[in-house]
Design a protein around this ligand. Sequence first.
Ligand SMILES: O=C(O)CCC(=O)C(=O)O
Ligand SMILES: [Fe+2]
Length: 295
Amino acid sequence: MGVLCPKKNRGRTRWKSLLIWGVFGVTLGLVSGYFLWGDLITDNSVTEVLAAQRDTVEHRFFQVPCSQDYESLKHFEACTPRKCGRAMTDSVITLQEAQKMRRLAEAGLSLGGSDGGASILDLHSGALSMGKKFVNMYRFFGEKIKDVMSEEDFELYREVRLKIQHEIARTFNISVSSLHLTKPTFFSRMNSSEAKTSHDEYWHPHIDKVTYGSFDYTSLLYLSDYSQDFGGGRFVFIDESANRTVEPRTGRVSFFTSGSENLHRVEKVNWGTRYAITISFTCDPEHAIGDPSWT
Ligand SMILES: O=C(O)CCC(=O)C(=O)O
Ligand SMILES: [Fe+2]
C-alpha cells in the first residue's frame, strides 16, 4: 500500500488506523480503570498470610525492627520492647476456654449493641455499646448483670489473661511481673451493618500506642472463625513492602508490640459476626488496672 495508493484510499487508511488506535486507547483505559477501581474497592493487595484459619499454629513469631516510639517514653527495664514483632499461637488458650469466652461475649453484648457494625463491651469500665452511644452496664443493669456474668466468668478472664501474659513475656524475653494489664480491655462484635457513628468504623489503619496510649503489648484472642462465622474481617499488618494478614480462628491469640512497627487494621466484615477480646499490657505501673470484677 503506501505511496501507490490513490489519495482517497490513503485518507481511508489514515482514518482506519486512527479508529484502531482510538479503540485500543479506550479499551486500555477501561481495562486499567477497572483494575484500579477494583483495587481501591476490594483492596486485593494482600500479599502474605501469617496465620491461616485452617492451620493450627503452635507458635509463630515474626520479628520486626522496633520503631522509635519507645525512645521518647519512660523506659522500664525488662519490659519496654527491645525486641519487636508479632506472634500467633493456637496452643495457649484451649478451645473450651475460647468457647466459654465467646458465650460470655454473646450474652454481654446481647444486653446492648451498636446500631452500626461494631459493638464493644469493656469489662473494666463497664462501657457497653447501645444504639449510637455507650452505657455503663454495671450501673445501667445493676444487680441484673450478675445473671449474665458470674464470678466464674471473671475467674476465666483472669486465667486467660495470665496465660497470655506468660506467653508475651516468653516471646519477647521480658519479665512476666513487669507486665501489667491495662485499659481498655474489651469484647468486640463486628458485622456488616452500615456504620452509624465513627465508633463503628473499625477498619481504619492505626497504631495501638497512639489509639490507646498506655499499650506496650497488644493481644487479641479470637472467638470466632474467619470464613466460617464471617467473611472479610481479617486482621492486616500494613508493612511498607506488603500487607500481612492474620485470619481469626477460635482460640487463636495474636499479639504484638503496640508501636508504629505494627500499624494495622481490620478488614470490613462482609457477612456474619466476628467476636474477639482485646487484652493488653503496659510496662508502666501507673497505667496498670486490676482484673475486671463487679465495680
Ligand atoms: O479485632 C482485631 O482483630 C483488632 C482490633 C484492633 O485493632 C483494635 O481494637 O485496636
Ligand atoms: Fe488495634
